[in-house]
Design a protein around this ligand. Sequence first.
Ligand code: ADP
Length: 504
Amino acid sequence: MNEITTINRTQREYSEAAKKALARAPQLFINGEWVDSSGGGTIDIEDPSSGKVVGKFVEATDKDVDRAISAARIAFDDGRWTGLPPITRERILHGLADILEANADELAELEAIDNGKPKGMASMVDVPGAISQIRYMAGWASKLTGDTIPPYTMPTGMMFGYTMKEPVGVCAQIVPWNFPLLMACLKIAPALAAGCTIVLKPAEQTSLTALRLADFIQQSDLPPGVFNLITGYGHTAGDRMVKHPDVDKVAFTGSTEIGKLINKNATDTLKHVTLELGGKSPVVVMPDVDIAETAPGVAQAIFFNAGQVCVAGSRLYAHKSVFDKVLEGMSEMADFWAPRASLDPEGHMGPLVSKEQHERVLGYIEAGKRDGASVLMGGDVPSNDGGYYVSPTILTDVNPQMSVVREEIFGPVVVAQRFEDLDEVAKEANDSVYGLAAGIWTKDVSAMHRLASKLKAGTVWGNCHAMIDAALPFGGYKESGIGHEQGRLGIEAYLETKSVIMKL
Ligand code: ADP
């Protein structure tokens, strides 16, 4: 643990490509062009590894939002995208994926600078993950078929019916700051494959990679107006998008609190809504595990992306016979997860995204201590050089009433509890308003499946955590969301089904 405090956390030199991206004039991408905002407002780009302001982007006005939505509406209604042969949409999406692949290193660096995550992690997870979403959904573009009902005879004559899949229309897509490029591509890929048009808004903390994504879309064969980018605040620009009468669908990933607000705001015009919200995911460790494999796995489940993951394994339930050993194994990982500057090649965890998030997470740790929790590891701020660092933290002696156990902390903080039997742990794991994901660690296949069926969660992992596949639907139970992304359900969420029935 002492070694953590000796790490040099100074941010490394940016590449020339990154410097250029940071120095760009603040503009919005509307109707295939970079345009100035109707107002002069800007928002600072901050590097969370140093707390320094390193650039600016547009704070969009209502007028900017209206302009972007109007461009998307016209592009949808005139059929310039929807009307293309599906195989052409597929080709164009693969073309975009090719461009992203060719610029992967720059995208990973920008994500690291903007969000604080290690560049190595962005290179391994965020950028390839984003590209996979586009490639997977590209394939669906040419496979969106309906059903036919064979002709049959009624007293009035012969009837024949079929269904058609049609794109929902103009989509407002609002994404969070924890996986900015990945979340943006996870949203735009199914919408574009379905034939929809888009206005995308990245989070105000992390707009850099979305701006570069717009550059790459401009270089692709996507017709103008099909993808439009608005940068700005949620309560202003985001709110305008959600309430706009020309928007047919809202897709949002973020906090449960804002998701509930968005759901209400989208109701007046009865928009289609997909919500991917918060979580407080349980990780259950059974008595038969191999500690050497499990302890690093459950540490990664919470410390990956500094715990700023909606599916973070933030509630650990270890069987009483292995509890101490699992925690000991996790504590041995303290140096591995010690936070470092995002461009430090040795780093596995970076700072938190912002000052606000830093204060929020430290506030939870303090509340936990006040409520009687013990800090087994971390709990401190390992540097005071301006970066938003928090040490990987394990809290024990917790109970189900504590805020650290009930609420989503969205930081590198795990609460560890003991359990004795399977039924008891299933009840405790389900004692949450959230139901996004859960993890089970065991060699006992029967116990694994029995527990998986009892857990109220949209995704259950066995002997791994946070593994996402573009082909597997992802969605939350309870207050963790509405609808699904990824897989066949993910594209269905951007389609209407029309039934056509005829008397022949
Ligand atoms: P977090 O709490 O993780 O910072 P939020 O849920 O506040 O995340 O934000 C996620 C995304 O939602 C961001 O792009 C943010 O700008 C946007 N947002 C925030 N408030 C609103 C709102 N009232 N309407 C629409 N979008 C919003």
